[in-house]
Design a protein around this ligand. Structure first.
Ligand code: SF4
Ligand code: SF4
Length: 168
């Protein structure tokens, strides 16, 4: 949807987050509400946003993980069919944790070797990695020994999201 000024990568033909992610926000005079997992009515698939200059702020502010440097040049989301986000959350007592969210647009895309390599790298960096699969299931992967805040564990328990500990 956008490119951070610090990044050399640009969306080019990719529009995948205009399918995977929900959007609620003003678009000029109107209001856009687009649910997850359906194409935005303004998206020209492979050509970009038809209302680019007046797109909602949430679209302007969205920088996927690939745009900010995760994965290789070849891992652009429209090629992997996985949109990645990485951001920090406050976990109390002046501390924060990094969260990675991965959403697949096509079944079994997260299973691809290139995506598994990104997951392994981010888990190694102690990120909390949440995977969202096309069948509606989710999974949290965390390196052994990494602290997971109680409210995240509670959320996972209530939503039946398994917490998978990996590494030694
Ligand atoms: S998924 Fe990333 S690269 Fe693709 S359109 Fe969205 S922000 Fe751009
Ligand atoms: S308004 Fe534009 S940038 Fe935002 S989801 Fe729709 S097509 Fe994508």
């Amino acid at each position: 949807m956008n490119a951070p000024e610090s990044s050399r990568r640009t969306c080019e033909e990719c529009t995948l987050c205009c399918f995977t992610h929900g959007v609620s926000g003003s678009e000029g005079e109107d209001f856009l509400h687009k649910p997850e997992d359906e194409w935005c009515r303004h998206s020209g698939i492979g050509t970009g946003c038809a209302i680019y200059e007046s797109r909602p702020k949430v679209c302007r502010d969205f920088h996927c993980g690939w745009l900010i440097g995760l994965g290789s040049e070849e891992d652009r989301p429209d090629k992997t069919n996985v949109v990645i986000q990485r951001f920090s959350i406050y976990i109390g007592q002046g501390a924060s944790a990094m969260v990675v969210k991965m959403v697949e647009a096509v079944p079994h895309s997260i299973a691809a070797a290139s995506i598994q390599a990104i997951i392994a790298a981010q888990v190694e960096k102690r990120d909390l990695v949440e995977l969202s699969f096309c069948d509606g299931t989710r999974e949290l992967r965390v390196r052994k020994g990494v602290y997971v805040p109680y409210d995240i564990l509670d959320h996972c328990k209530k939503k039946n999201i398994p917490v998978i500990r990996v590494g030694s």
